[in-house]
Write a protein that binds this ligand. Structure first.
Ligand code: NAP
Length: 440
């Protein structure tokens, strides 16, 4: 009997799972469901607008979605349009691939002041996520503090300091490009609570900061150790040595070389956001690293700023109908198995770390588990059942052909050299579809 599988979430974890299932079971039918009308999750809303090449994985995902055994149900919120329990009644297997779309909190006094934003919100804003487009941050400041030293911190810093020319061939939406590029920002401080050796950013991303048109990286030579010490894999050691080499080159750059600067500040842990209603500065405690952990030294300093972006990692929220581990911020799972016929992949399974490709093995594991657990079973209604239920509730959905029409409209509207001009209002998505339906 044909196995029906619903995948909730159309980001990389969802698509790699669909891909693996198609290969592992020549019969199964797969429906990929997303609460937004657009597929691809973090590829569309997380990857930086100036990293178009990283988004090339969308082409492979589009091929997967175009397979006759796969359907896309966009604009269907599991939890609102129908419950997870209802979905489990309709499908032999349900895979949760909902990611970690929310901001982790800093957990320090003052973080609710105006001018303090989480990186997920900030990145979603400049990437035209429909839920965030109206959350324009206050960019009227010369100084920005970014807390964290991961790749998201680097993305945010780069997008804030790149020139209009550097961002011209990107899909940065006009409503974000305007305020960012007219902002009086001259200094961005990226502050890490540990040292350069412990920083999470990867070397390609770090090196990019040395090649910006109007911005020079700054780092204190005294913060850079002579060598990478301690136990680690040869691969990790290579990355860290390369990062040190890059940072050493940055340490030789002059502050006046360019009108803007990104300062890499190490060994500083945020203790309080200062100011009145609006942030005016961040207070830090100097740290030293002991056994890999940041330990406070009791010495404090402040960095004045008008905007704080907390780039301290993403957070998953509980999924109604699935057990949740609040400590680790993941759905309770045993190597991906959550309950009978229920599985988890990607960040909701293992937390918000790793790059896009890290989701591939998750997808392969889930596909194998589904086949091992359900074998040739099946028999639940799958797609026909979902469509009947949505129709009965008067719920319209966006299928993959609909999405391709939206995508074609975005490409047609792109400025010269840019890949697309993203749509972000529900009414604009629906208008494209209505126009096409009327024309066709
Ligand atoms: P991340 O790599 O985990 O970095 C989080 C940063 O926040 C770390 O520097 C961490 O310091 C710091 N931090 C956490 N809690 C803190 C606190 N309370 N106070 C001060 N600092 C704190 O997370 P991310 O940057 O959000 O990235 C998520 C994943 O996406 C990563 O795997 C990343 O590589 C990936 N990604 C990749 C790319 C790319 O390949 N270009 C782009 C974007 C994202 P500690 O290390 O001390 O904990």
């Amino acid at each position: 009997m044909t196995l029906s599988v619903a995948i909730v979430g159309s980001g990389p974890a969802g698509f790699y799972t669909a891909d693996a299932l198609l290969k592992a079971d020549p019969e199964c039918r797969i429906d990929i469901i997303d609460r937004l009308p657009t597929p691809y999750g973090l590829i569309r809303f997380g990857v930086a607008p100036d990293h178009e090449k990283t988004k090339n994985v969308m082409r492979g995902f589009a091929r997967t979605a175009s397979n006759e055994r796969v359907n896309f149900f966009g604009d269907v919120d599991i939890g609102e349009a129908l419950s997870l329990d209802e979905l489990r009644e309709l499908y032999d297997a349900v895979v949760l691939a909902v990611g970690a779309a929310h901001d982790r909190k800093l957990g320090i006094p003052g973080e609710d002041k105006a001018g303090v934003v989480g990186s997920a919100s900030f990145v979603n804003w400049y990437n035209a996520h429909p839920d965030f487009v109206d959350r324009t941050p206050d960019l009227d400041t010369s100084s920005v503090v970014i807390i964290g030293a991961g790749n998201v911190a680097i993305d945010v810093a780069r997008v804030l300091v790149k020139t209009p020319a550097e961002m011209a061939a990107t899909d940065l939406p006009d409503y974000a490009a305007g305020p960012i590029q007219s902002a009086p920002i001259s200094d961005v401080y990226m502050v890490a609570r540990r040292g350069p050796v412990e920083a999470k950013f990867t070397n390609v991303e770090l090196r990019e900061m040395g090649h910006l048109e109007q911005c020079v990286p700054q780092v204190a030579a005294a913060d850079l150790p002579d060598e990478v010490t301690g136990e680690m894999s040869p691969r990790d050691r290579r990355v860290r040595e390369k990062n040190l080499e890059t940072l050493r080159a940055f340490a030789g750059r002059g502050a006046d070389e360019m009108p803007k600067r990104v300062h890499f500040v190490f060994f500083a842990s945020p203790v309080e956001i200062l100011g009145g209603e609006h942030v005016e500065a961040v207070r830090f405690e100097r740290t030293r690293v002991e056994k890999g952990r940041a330990v406070g030294t009791g010495e404090h300093f402040e960095i004045a700023c008008g905007l704080v972006v907390a780039a301290v990692g993403y957070l998953s929220l509980p999924v109604d109908g699935a057990p949740f581990d609040h400590k680790y911020g993941v759905v309770v799972n045993d190597e991906g198995r959550v309950g009978p016929g229920l599985y988890a992949v990607g960040w909701i399974k293992r937390g918000p770390t790793g790059v896009i490709g890290t989701n591939k093995p998750d997808g392969r594991d889930a596909a194998q588990q589904i086949i091992d657990d359900l074998g040739a079973g099946g028999g639940k209604p799958g797609r026909e059942g979902l469509e009947a239920l949505l129709r009965a509730r008067g719920h319209r959905w966006v299928d993959f052909e609909d999405w391709q029409r939206i995508e074609a409209a975005e490409i047609a509207a792109a400025a010269e050299g840019a890949p697309r001009r993203k749509l972000y209002r529900r009414e604009d998505f629906l208008a494209v579809l209505d126009e096409q339906r009327a024309a066709g």
